[in-house]
Write a protein of this length. Sequence first.
Length: 183
Amino acid sequence: MSDLTSFLARRRVALGFVVAVAAAAVARPTWGTWWMGLAVAAAGEALRVWAAGHLEKGREVTRSGPYRLMRHPLYVGSSVLAAGIVIASRSLILGVLAALYMGTTIAAAIRTEEAFLRKSFGETYDRYARSSSMRIDEPGQAAPVDPGRRFSLSRAVRNREYRAVFGLLAGFALLALKIVLSI
């Protein structure tokens, strides 16, 4: 794994704050785009909360909840959330910046995470990866579904998903303030 991939994976949250500052600077929200963006971003965060409520990081290959449907629901949720912020911000510049940020950091995080999971869980992870790709790549093929555990809000909290919820609320409060103050 390259040094750049490791750097991007490790620093994606810090780099996200840089993108957030840029978003605040270039955003031109209206109440219409704010509400549309909030709906999209809330859907992305809901997927993240659902995933975090099933995930036992580093202890197992999680197969319940959204992990039955996709390999990386936290990253998919983050991408949807970012799209919502771009919609709310009404800025082409931010759209390009967010696409570059998400494309590079999420891809790096996925490569890093998959390498860790393969090293930690070997064939168990490889079987999971094959079965989840089958659902996407070959819709006619039925992959075995492991219903696994139920959603747990306390697990989502333990996985610190509240930080993303607070970040989402703060970001949309800032965008609302920008509309109200017309700055």
